[in-house]
Structure formats: C-alpha cells, structure tokens
Design a protein around this ligand. Structure first.
Ligand code: NOJ
Length: 585
C-alpha cells in the first residue's frame, strides 16, 4: 500500500491552492455534505468479510502447504515488526465463535476466501488433495448456512502455493491459468452444491502491482514496467477460464454466479476546468479499475492504457508494447465473463496531469500514467496512511461502473476504515462516521440507478494487514493479538452497523443520531472489560519478566555462592582442626 501513499507534502500544498476550484465542482448537482434518509431495496444483502491468510492462522496445520505469504512474512524486514499470519485470529479454530458474532450482527452474507495450499498443498492438483482442508471449509460453509448466512467465497485472496512460485515464477507464468482452473474446478465440485456466489480473484491490481512491480507484497518481485502487466494478463485469462469452466460444467446443476472483485480508488480532477486534469483523472481510474474491468466486460484493455504504455514503450526503444495483447479469439473468450462485479473501495485521490518522460531505468506502471495523485489535507485519515475518508468518491465510482460496463450487478466486496495499533479504543466514532457516510453514498448511487445488490463491511475482525502486519485494525471486532486465545471484543461500530442492517438503511435523522449515541454509550463497558483484560495480561507479563531474572539470579547465586561457602567451610574446618590438634599437643 505504500506506493499508494506516495503523496508528497508539496502535492498537498499545491492542492490547497487549487481547492477553491475543486470545491465549486458538483458532479451530481447535489451537495456533498447532504445526508439522504431512506432505505435500501428489499432483499439487499448486508455482510462482512475477511480472507484466509489474514484471519485463519494454522499456517502449517493439518497438511496445509506453504503459500507465498507464509514464506514472505517469515523473511525479516518485509512486514511491520516482522509480524506473520502464523496464528493471526486463529479463525481456523473458531468457526462457531465467529459465526455467533455474525449472527449477532444479523449478517445476510459472510465473505471469506479459500486458501489454495490448504486444499492443494503444492498447488498442483495431481500431486495431492488435502482432505482435512476440504473438511474445514465444509464445516465453515455448513455452519454459515445453518445460521442463514450466505457464503460469498473468494478463490484467490493472494495466497498462491509457494511451490508454484518456485517452480514457475507464479503469475509471471501462463501455466498458472490451468493450475488455478484445476483448483477452482475442485472447489466447484466440493462446495458448489452449497456456495452460489464465487469470486475468482480479489483485487488483482494489488497482486500485479504490489507483488510483481513494487515488491511490497508477496512474492516480493520488482519487475518494474513489465511484471505487473504480465501478471495481470495471466490473471485475466485465468479468471475467464474459470468462468467458462463454471458456465459449461456446473452452472446448470448448481445455479450459482461467478464474478471478480476489483479494487478502485476514485480519481477526481484537481481542476475541472482543465481538460488535461480531466483526462488524467479518467486515466487514473482506467489504469486502476479499467485495467481488469474493461477486458472482462468489453474484451480488451482500455484504449488509453494501450495508447500510453504503447507510446512509452516505443520511446524507450522497445519493439513492442510492455502491455501484452489479446488475440481476437482471446478477446471474445474473455468478454462477458462476469455474472456480477465485486467492488472493493476505500478512498479517493485528486488527480492532475504530469508528464513523466520515459527513461530506461525509471519506466514503471506508475510513470506510464502521466499523472500525480494529491489529497486534501482536510480529509479525515484515522488509520492507514493511504486511507482518507472521502464518501462522495464512492458514489462517483459506482456511477462510473454503471456507465462504463453496462450497469452490471454489483456487490460491494470491501469497504471500511482502519485505526492505528496504539489505539485500543473500542469507541470508534470515526468508524461509525465513515460507515454512515459511505453507506449513504451507496444509497444515493442506488437512487441514481446503479445496481448495487449487497454490501460487505471490511472487515469482521481485526486481522493481519499484509505488509502492515497487525499495526492497522480494520475490524468491527477488536482482536487482542497479545492473548494467545485471540479474544474478540465488539467496537461501537458493531452496534451501529447492526442498526443499519435491521432497518435496511437510515429511517430518519432522530433515529440514526440515537443509534450513534447508544453505540458509543454501550462501548464504554466493553472498553472497561478490555482495559481490565489488558491490565491483567500486562501484570502477568511483568510477573513473568520479574520471575525470569529472579530464577536466573538464584541460579547464579547457587553457582557462585554454594561452592564458595563449601570451600570456605572446608578451609575453616581445616584451620580449626589444626588449632585443636596443636593445643592438645
Ligand atoms: C484490500 C485487500 O483486499 C484486503 O485484504 C485488505 O485488508 C484491504 N485492502 C485493506 O488494506
């Protein structure tokens, strides 16, 4: 995520200068600040989510193979404080506990992912299928369904089997398409009788850019200017293949849906009277969301990506574009492979045009775009460095999806906000505010005619936040990671989200204000509970610390003092004996 926050101080100042222009701009003819009271369409699905590596723990249990994240997080210096997902929330052992939290929230759906190496340890199906892994997901799915919670299942939330990385170079290699298809096919066979909502890939932008371009994420490769485009190309093909597999082999029998979950920040032109800024902002969104959505809905990469990467490649003296091409057959095979679109959205940027002249060493996905990202210093940013709360950007992004991709059915697969590690405050008013405003902008988008069918709060629990380790907490529930039982505590946002769900929206101002007040009142008792628990564990830790030096000190005393006392006693006895003998003589 670091690359996303490469927003320099001077950019911020520059933006302040431009703000008067930006503030006048009103894309929807509505006031940004106005709150819309109303409810969601009947049957709207409310959920929360998490992913395998971020929550399960049990990284080496019951026959699970290694993933690229196990290996990456075990290398020193890759993750904040060298944290790992080895035990994380221990979700693997807490199916029933976590489902009772979901029941308490009255969730309609829960979004989770299947760890590929848990069910196929090497990633290659013909090597071995791990029955214990299948049993775990069977149990999770069955318990969800018994509790009337619909499972929405992601097949790839970043944990590629390590063997595939070592043998083939992971997503740099086209052979991933068939291996992933075998894995997906196995999941359809084993779980498809009960799972009706499948997501092939979660946020492939991150896999491509952070995994193969900047190297901030596993597998940590830095193949600037090429790696991300190549990985994305194979991911898009793998997605299409899996969609066709479902369509031809399972759809008739299982009657489910297969989609993809794409992430996208909204990009707003800094100066809306400047054509170059308007085009740069559009480019920002096309290089982000459009990179994956345009092939999947229209069969090919966005024209602007082909133009920019193509031109820069020529200027670098390359014979062909660094952006790969699809053959005519591939285009028609990929086009239309989406039964619903998952959208993960957290934040917005202001965008201005900036020439990034090509150079052999400096070309990258980022410089290919010819733009600069800016933020408004007044936007709240309670947690992750890159995450500013800009609710109106959400409505714009949803409308963009509607107009660009033929108004598809959308599930919001991720939306939420984090807080910093130091803060163990359960009274998360700022998160309530974020959810309230973002969910409201989604409601406005539905009124604009966008087909949003469901919403997934991200995330149910605090969890392993990739390269940020446990330093950023996105959960509705606080997890005490220092306690080996990983107890969960509700934050105030649980109470608030619960009310939104039970009212299917925002009935009226008085009630909504009341929810907020009550949520904050209620959380103070959970806060006390947590504080007491923390005191107890701090006391236990201090005792352990005190105890340890004491015992070792005592050992030291025994080692030095006992032999010394013994020697002295022998010497004294000898002297005494000699003295007595002499007197007798
Ligand atoms: C998107 C990723 O899909 C998710 O795993 C992560 O928790 C959020 N971003 C927040 O960083």
């Amino acid at each position: 995520m670091h690359s996303r926050c490469a927003v320099s101080v001077c950019h911020v100042f520059m933006l302040v200068l431009c703000l008067s222009a930006a503030e006048d701009f009103d894309w929807t003819k509505n006031n940004h600040g106005s709150f819309y009271y109303g409810t969601f369409p009947a049957g709207f699905s409310w959920g929360a989510g998490g992913s395998a590596y971020q929550t399960e723990g049990a990284w080496d249990k019951d026959g699970k193979g290694l993933s690229i994240w196990d290996v990456f997080s075990h290398k020193k210096g890759k993750i904040q404080l060298n944290d790992t997902g080895d035990s994380s929330c221990e979700g693997y052992y807490k199916i029933k506990d976590d489902i009772s939290l979901m029941k308490d929230l009255r969730l309609n759906h829960y979004r989770f992912s299947i760890a590929w190496p848990r069910i196929i340890p090497t990633g290659i199906k013909s090597d071995h299928v791990n029955e214990k892994g299948i049993q775990y997901y069977d149990e999770l799915i069955d318990h969800l369904l018994e509790s009337n919670i619909t499972p929405i299942v992601t097949l790839y939330h970043w944990d590629l089997p390590q063997v595939l990385q070592e043998k083939y170079g992971g997503w740099q290699n086209i052979s991933m398409v068939n291996h992933f298809n075998d894995f997906a096919n196995l999941c359809f066979e084993k779980f498809g009788d009960r799972v009706k909502h499948w997501i092939t890939f979660n946020n492939p932008w991150s896999v491509a850019v952070e995994g193969y371009e900047t190297g901030e994420h596993a597998p940590g490769m830095r193949l600037r200017g090429n790696g991300a485009y190549r990985a994305a190309h194979h991911i898009i093909k793998a997605h299409a293949k899996v969609w066709h597999t479902y369509d031809t082999q399972w759809r008739e029998k299982q009657k489910g849906l297969v989609g993809v979950s794409l992430s996208g920040d909204w990009g707003e032109p800094v100066d809306i009277s400047n054509q170059k800024d308007i085009e740069a902002a559009e480019r920002y969104v096309q290089f982000y969301l459009g990179w994956f959505a345009t092939p999947i809905f229209h069969g090919d990469y966005p024209q602007v990506m082909k133009d920019f990467v193509g031109r820069k490649s020529v200027q670098q003296g390359l014979g062909t574009s660094r952006l790969p091409t699809f053959s005519p057959q591939e285009k028609s095979y990929i086009k239309g492979t989406c039964d619903f679109l998952g959208i993960g959205h957290f934040t917005t940027r202001y965008i201005t045009h900036r020439n990034d002249p090509p150079g052999r060493s400096s070309n990258s996905y980022f410089t290919d775009r010819d733009l600069a990202e800016l933020v408004d210093p007044r936007w709240p940013d309670p947690g992750s460095e890159w995450l500013y709360s800009v609710p109106w950007g959400f409505r714009r992004l949803l409308n963009f999806v509607k107009t660009q991709y033929g108004n598809p059915n959308i599930y919001v697969t991720e939306n939420g906000v984090s807080e910093k590690m130091m803060c163990t405050e359960l009274c998360d008013e700022w998160r309530i505010q974020y959810y309230k405003d973002y969910i409201n902008e989604m409601l406005k988008a539905i009124r604009d005619g966008v087909n949003v069918k469901g919403y997934t709060a991200w995330s149910l629990l605090d969890k392993f936040e990739w390269d940020e380790g446990y330093s950023e907490r996105f959960g509705l529930y606080y997890v005490d990671f220092r306690n080996k039982n990983k107890p969960r505590y509700p934050k105030a946002s649980v109470q608030f989200y619960k009310r939104v769900i039970s009212s299917n929206g925002f009935p009226n101002q008085r009630e909504v204000e009341n929810w907020k007040r009550k949520a904050v009142e209620m959380c103070s008792s959970s806060n006390q509970l947590l504080a007491a628990e923390e005191q107890r564990s701090t006391a236990a830790n201090i005792l352990r610390l005190i105890h340890d030096p004491l015992t070792s000190h005592m050992e030291m005393v025994t080692e030095i003092v006992v032999p010394t006392v013994c020697t002295l006693s022998i010497l004294i006895s000898a002297v005494l004996l000699m003295f007595l003998l002499r007197r007798r003589n």
